[in-house]
Write a protein that binds this ligand. Sequence first.
Ligand code: 5GP
Length: 176
Amino acid sequence: MKVQDLEFKKFIPAAAITEKVKALANQLNHDYKDKTPIFLPILNGSFMFASDLLKEVKVPCRISFVKTSSYSGTSSTGQLKTLIGHDESLFNQHIIIVEDIVDTGLTLEKIIEELRSLGAKSVEAVTLLRKKPAREKKVDVKYVGFDLNDEFVLGYGLDYDGLGRNHKDLYKQAEK
Ligand code: 5GP
């Protein structure tokens, strides 16, 4: 599949994603059974993952979509913006950040720091995908779907220059 100038090939099929999403939701249902957490999906990339995950979450919860951005093209710009859009009070709440992918972990670290400073009772993160740098840096992600190496991925909410978010399967950039 060609997207702009890049070639992508199928990587993780929708059925495998569905299975993993259910397993993550089961873990959350178990760990938060006596709590009423607030899920904070980070837009735009996590919209599809958040939608599928939250359909399987059975504990009472609130959901508030937020936005931040640190990426352009296929490499991190290192520019970090602050968290915008949360309309719930996060003070004294159990927060679960919902990410599509954690690469260097810079975005997540910044968000966690900001939420702690707002007085959250606990802050955890669930991500569908985690890349090697975050793993090596030991960025604190409690719930991880799939571990990746350095491949650039697209689909299931993730884009390349704004394109490709609509695909239900995950694709990775084909080797040149
Ligand atoms: P980090 O701050 O962890 O380096 O970057 C996290 C953000 O970078 C993700 O939320 C996502 O928007 C973007 N990102 C990192 N790796 C990829 C990738 O392989 N594909 C796409 N489409 N976005 C990525």
